[in-house]
Structure formats: C-alpha cells, structure tokens
Design a binder for this molecule. Structure first.
Ligand code: PMP
Length: 322
C-alpha cells in the first residue's frame, strides 16, 4: 500500500517535468520541479511545514497555539492548511496588492486575514514587521518569520534539493530560480553544490527587485516594477545569506507573460507569474550555456490564483501588457 497519512505527509516528492516546448527550442533539457502539485498548491507548503515542525520540536508552539505570518499569500495558504491539520490557529498579514484569489482562499481556509497597505520594508508598518510585532504581543503564538527563519531553507536543502538530485541521477548542469524569501533558491543551491560544485546556480530576478544588481555590482538598486507576485526583494534575507550564486538573470514582465502563455498553450501547464520569470531565465541560461545541458527550475504555483490578473486580458491591457 502507498498511503499518505494526512496533508502533512503529502507535502513534497513532487514530479520533475520536462518543459517540452522550451527544451525543443533551446536544445537543452529544461525541467520544472512541479511544486504546484503540493497539497496546498505551492512551493511554500514545504517551508510552512518545516517552520511549524521546528517550532513544535523547540516547544515554542504549544497545542492550540497561533501561527502568525506576514505573507504574499502562498506561505499563508500552506500555514493555514497545516494549522487546520494540526489544530492551530492562523493569523495572516497580507499586503493589499496581492491577488483577491489568494486573500479569499486564506479566509476560506479559516485563517484570520488582515490586509494592510503595501509599504517598504524600512517602514515600521511593513507587513512583515507588523506580523512579528503582533506575534510578540499574543500568548501561545509564534511568528513564522519565513524571510529570516532558516527552517525555510532547511526544508529545501533536505527535501527539494535532494529530490532534484535524485530525480536527475545527479545529471544536472544548472539550477535557476527567482527568490522571495530565498528559501527555495538557497536550500536547493546549497544541496546541489554540496553534491557537485560544478552545478551552476543562477538567481532569476524580476524588474523592481534588487538581487540582480546585487549579484552584478555588489549593491542593491531597485528599478522598474513587475506584476509577478511572491518574488523579488530589496534586501538580503537570512535565508539568502551565504547561498552560492554564480550569476543572475533579469527577466521583464513581457517575457514572463509570453512564457506562461506558451506553457499553457504548448505544454498544457497553467502556471503563476513567478514561473514565467523562472522559465524565462532558464531559457536565457540555456542560450548562454548552449545545447545539451540540463537546467532545472521551479514551477512555484498554478495559474488559478491569478485568473483575475495574469489571465485576464482586460487587466493586462490596463497594465500595458496585452
Ligand atoms: N513564487 C511564488 C508564487 C511565491 O509565492 C514564492 C514565495 N513567496 C516564491 C515564488 C519564492 O519562494 P521563496 O520564498 O522560497 O524564495
């Protein structure tokens, strides 16, 4: 018998999918780790699970306690599912710029959701800082703190990275991914480099994020903006600190949008916007490295979370991206 014992047991062990149309165009094997197939629908189920399990082991999260987090959505969705499965309460602080689908889903899952204005990290009312303050004022509550809690990248070192290595039989030339907290990128990059230092590890970055300039020049500069959600950062998080980075690739929204529509129409994959940045960067890397290489990236979440935006021609037209 092959039975998963509940939600928690069903997290991880996702397939690695060959992205046929892009592989054929580039002559490389472009492979996507299908994180949208996690039971909570995104790559963040893994981090949410490790954060809760480590808090349980440390004794900071007690039965009936509350998990508090500031999140662009997917971490909150993962946490809300796991809180339901384990009997915890969940309080989510989310910037009001995130898609209505994610906010509605969090409420349906039973999380208490507070939307707040999107203000920069340096502002005391930034959603991440606010979530930390609220957690410290509550009894029997933990702050998940996904940006700086290393349980996040440990999840990807011990599970996602190991799975990718095993699924490719170690025949992987490059790993490329965008970063929100950096947990996925860093955990996988560290695991792969530990197996084979020759694996090229490349950060993908949307416009408006500072990682590309940080890798290229050593300083963070923010230029432009992106409609993608859950990725991009203006600082080096604890999860990104010390992560191996060989190079960075910047992908603009028109490229990312073309990529997600090609994935939908030619590969049958209905993906979120960050996947457009990831696969766009994998294609750019394939062109740099030349044919014959195996390049792995992440399919972070599915398109249904963005139907009112990325898959709404009117919304795209309003943004000048039709
Ligand atoms: N894509 C999406 C859609 C996300 O929600 C996130 C997490 N915020 C990421 C990518 C990036 O993952 P990480 O936080 O591990 O860098």
């Amino acid at each position: 018998m092959d039975i998963k014992h509940g939600f928690v047991d069903a997290v991880g062990n996702t397939p690695l999918i060959r992205l046929n149309s892009f592989s054929e165009e580039t002559g490389c094997e472009i492979l996507g780790k299908a994180e949208f197939l996690n039971p909570g629908g995104s790559v963040k189920d893994r981090a949410a699970l490790y954060i809760i399990q480590e808090a349980e082991k440390a004794g900071t999260l007690q039965p009936g306690g509350t998990v508090v987090e500031g999140t662009a959505g997917n971490t909150g969705i993962g946490l809300a599912h796991i809180c339901n499965a384990k009997g915890y309460k969940c309080l989510i602080i989310i910037p009001d710029t995130q898609s209505q689908e994610k906010i509605d889903l969090l409420r349906t899952l039973g999380a208490e959701v507070r939307t707040v204005p999107a203000v920069p990290y340096r502002d005391a009312n930034n959603y991440v800082k606010l979530s930390g303050r609220l957690a410290s004022e509550m009894e029997n509550a933990i702050w998940a703190n996904q940006f700086d809690n290393l349980a996040n990248r440990r999840a990807h070192y011990e599970t996602t990275g190991r799975e990718i290595w095993e699924q490719t039989d170690g025949k992987i030339d490059a790993w490329v991914a965008a970063t929100g907290t950096g947990g996925t990128y860093a955990g996988v990059a560290m695991f792969l480099k530990d197996q084979n230092p020759q694996v090229r590890c490349v950060v993908a970055d949307p416009m408006g994020s500072g990682l590309y300039s940080y890798v290229k020049t050593g300083t963070i500069t923010l230029e432009g903006s992106s409609i993608t959600e859950g990725i991009g950062n203006s600082r080096i998080t604890a999860n990104m600190e010390g992560a191996p980075i060989d190079d960075a690739i910047q992908i603009d929204d028109p490229t990312a949008i073309k990529v997600v529509y090609q994935l939908l129409q030619k590969d049958g994959l209905f993906m979120g916007g960050s996947v457009g940045i990831n696969v766009g960067a994998a294609v750019a890397l394939a062109k740099q490295m030349g044919p014959g290489h195996t390049i792995v990236t992440v399919l972070c979440d599915g398109g249904s979370r963005y139907q009112s935006r990325l898959y709404n021609p009117q919304w795209l037209a309003e943004k000048g991206l039709a």
